[in-house]
Design a protein around this ligand. Structure first.
Ligand code: ASP
Ligand code: MG
Length: 439
């Protein structure tokens, strides 16, 4: 079986739905199972209309229009879509009456995006001679926790999903993003959760491959919006992909978990260039090539220096610092210690002032804004001793002020802190150094 997930942009309008159908048609011999997102932009519109309903302003006509225009363009029967849209309207009327939107109700509202899109996609495929069935993931066994807005699947979901999917002799077109808790409430897996659905389904059925189809060429060697020579990475390991996911890469780290568990390869593909190979993510690190895979960055960070000549290595000091950050729900990205200070970075400025005040009770604290972490990722870092010096020689050429350096025990990344203003120069220098030869 082949799990093929199509994101919102891949099913954003009638033309793209036709394109998706053609892609699936070419893969029928691999027994495709489709996981589909809401049409691009629809989830945002649903959130918006739900919030407006609380204030009594209810208007679902833009949402109706998107769906019904597409149905018309694809020459499909509008009845199933109209039925769901009416159900949505009744729900929103309820919200506007009680003037309250709970996380549970918001998940219910958001679920309409995927429930509408699977019907359109499945109906169009069937009209083109590819027999397909729209399936709500929860009817397949996607049982989740009751954490509305960020639910996680329960372990018992796997065998049920496997058993149910194998019963289809048509192509199942499954809702991404949503599930149901044990009480029967609709839940969502968190924004962009359809990738996660695809991985859960793929792991449950033991798929040969999980394909994530979107509008990018794959995982890139660098951010293509700033580095014009950036190119898709051919192969990478799950560990490398997890590191990159943290830096806003193509995949949410959760997506990888079910695939890693069953060692199922994930391939990132572009619906606009279906013949390209995209990026293949494998569990076997030795199968992947190249020392460095990607250079990523995270900007707009704060550097916090906590200085205490007396206290630093007294036991409990570190615990005290982290307790304060924990109290204010501040997530720390990078840490470095010296004999007299601890340096930390975070992107959270919401409670930072309050946390600093608490820290200042027992240490000297300084905060510097506008910092960025540059992270160089690659399994090859484990084996090649010269890479570290190559990295810093390259950075040296740009006279970049490097303020912190960190490498974790897994040794597949080196991260360092610079000023936001130096991001472009630094990433460009590193990209030229590691990827220029391949151009
Ligand atoms: N439609 C959902 C969202 O926009 C899930 C997804 O697209 O993966 O977040
Ligand atoms: Mg999306």
């Amino acid at each position: 079986m082949l799990v093929m997930k199509f994101g919102g942009s891949s099913v954003a309008n009638a033309e793209r739905v036709r394109n998706v159908c053609a892609i699936v048609k070419n893969n029928l011999h691999r027994h495709p199972v489709m996981v589909v997102s809401a049409h691009g932009g629809v989830t945002d519109m649903l959130i918006d209309v739900a919030k407006r309903s609380v204030t009594g302003k209810l208007d679902i006509s833009p949402i109706r229009k998107i769906h019904l225009d597409m149905i018309k363009d694809l020459k499909l029967d509008p009845a199933p879509t109209e039925k769901l849209l009416n159900e949505l309207e009744v729900l929103l009327q309820g919200i506007s009456l009680v003037r309250e939107l709970t996380p549970r109700t918001l998940d219910y509202v958001m679920s309409f995006g995927e429930r509408l899109s699977i019907r359109t996609v499945a109906a169009y495929m069937s009209s083109q001679g590819v027999h397909a069935t729209a399936v709500e993931s929860y009817d397949l066994g996607m049982i989740t926790s009751s954490d509305f807005g960020s639910a996680t699947p329960l372990p018992e979901a796997d065998p049920i999903i496997e058993w149910n999917i194998k019963r289809y002799d048509t192509v199942p077109v499954i809702t991404g993003f949503i599930g149901k808790d044990k009480k029967g409430n609709i839940t969502t897996l968190g924004r962009n959760g359809s990738d996660y659905t695809a991985a859960i389904v793929g792991a449950a059925v033991g798929a040969e491959e999980i394909q994530i189809w979107s509008d990018v060429d794959g995982v890139m060697t660098a951010d293509p919006t700033i580095i014009k020579e950036a190119m898709p990475i051919e192969k990478m390991s799950f560990d490398e992909a997890s590191e990159l996911a943290y830096y806003g890469g193509r995949l949410h780290p959760y997506t990888l978990i079910p695939a890693v568990r069953k060692s199922i390869p994930i391939r990132i593909l572009n619906t606009f260039k279906p013949d390209n190979k995209g990026t293949l993510i494998l569990s076997e690190s030795k199968e992947t090539e190249g020392v460095i895979k990607s250079i990523v960055y995270k900007e707009n960070l704060f550097l916090i220096n906590v200085i205490s000549t007396r206290m630093l290595f007294h036991h409990g000091f570190m615990a005290k610092i982290f307790e304060i950050f924990n109290n204010y729900s501040i997530v720390i990205d990078m840490i470095a210690t010296s004999e007299v200070s601890v340096s930390l970075t975070t992107d959270n400025d919401v409670n930072l002032d309050a946390a600093i005040k608490d820290l200042a009770q027992f240490a000297e604290v300084t905060v510097e804004p506008d910092k960025a972490i540059i992270c160089v990722v690659g399994e090859g870092l484990k084996h090649s001793r010269s890479v570290t010096s190559t990295i810093f020689n390259a950075v040296e050429k740009g006279k970049i002020n490097v303020q912190m350096i960190s490498q974790s025990a897994k040794k597949i990344n080196i991260a360092f802190l610079i000023n936001d203003d130096d991001i472009l120069t630094t990433v460009q220098l590193l990209h030229n150094t590691f990827f220029a030869k391949k151009q």
